[in-house]
Design a protein around this ligand. Structure first.
Ligand SMILES: Cc1cc2nc3c(=O)[nH]c(=O)nc-3n(C[C@H](O)[C@H](O)[C@H](O)COP(=O)(O)O)c2cc1C
Length: 169
């Protein structure tokens, strides 16, 4: 599968098999995450890798659209103490988003399914996860990624729409 094919194959998967993910594959996901570009290469991210059932059940109970039966959750957080400057502080969101997408695409290439669930900027959701995971004060949970072997199939696709493209010639 080349990169373009992987990008089209990646879809949000919300039903998973009850199969554990290999440690070597978890490591690949994290290596891919930390290969992402970041502003001034500050790498303002932290990754919480969760397989503890009671913690996962608590996260599932927070919001109905987080309630998926994945065998692994990765919470991607921004560490604002490593963000570039006070004025440009919000670049951590773009940095962490590029790390999230690298995880999703690498998972797809390993035949794993994922869904990106948004935390930040919904402060209530982000803070609930922050409390549960006991994150330090500078650390802001941005995204929750469910990871598991897919128990549903989705078609590969782009959503190309020429109305969203503006050529300046
Ligand atoms: C920032 C962000 C937040 C999202 N939050 C949720 C969520 O809370 N729950 C969920 O089931 N899907 C969530 N999604 C997945 C989107 O619903 C999904 O990407 C979109 O419907 C397109 O479908 P596809 O991923 O299969 O291409 C989120 C996606 C993004 C990028």
């Amino acid at each position: 599968m080349n990169t373009y094919e992987t990008i089209l194959k990646r879809r949000s998967i919300r039903k998973f098999k009850d199969t554990k993910i290999k440690d070597e594959d978890i490591l690949k996901l994290l290596e891919a995450a930390m290969a992402a570009p970041s502003a001034r290469n500050m790498q303002p991210w932290e990754f919480y890798v969760i397989t503890n059932n009671s913690i996962m059940n608590e996260i599932r109970s927070f919001v109905s659209y987080f309630n998926y039966n994945s065998s692994l959750m990765i919470v991607v957080c921004g560490n604002t103490s490593r963000s570039i400057t006070k004025n440009d502080n919000d670049f951590w969101i773009q940095d962490c988003s590029s790390a999230v997408e690298n995880i999703l695409l690498t998972a797809t290439s390993l035949n794993l399914g994922t869904v990106w669930c948004g935390l930040y900027p919904v402060i209530e959701r982000s803070n609930k996860i922050k409390q549960l995971l006991k994150c330090p004060s500078d650390v802001i949970p941005m995204a929750l990624i469910h990871v598991g072997y897919p128990a549903e199939e989705k078609e590969e696709r782009t959503q190309y729409n020429e109305n969203y493209v503006h050529y300046i010639k």
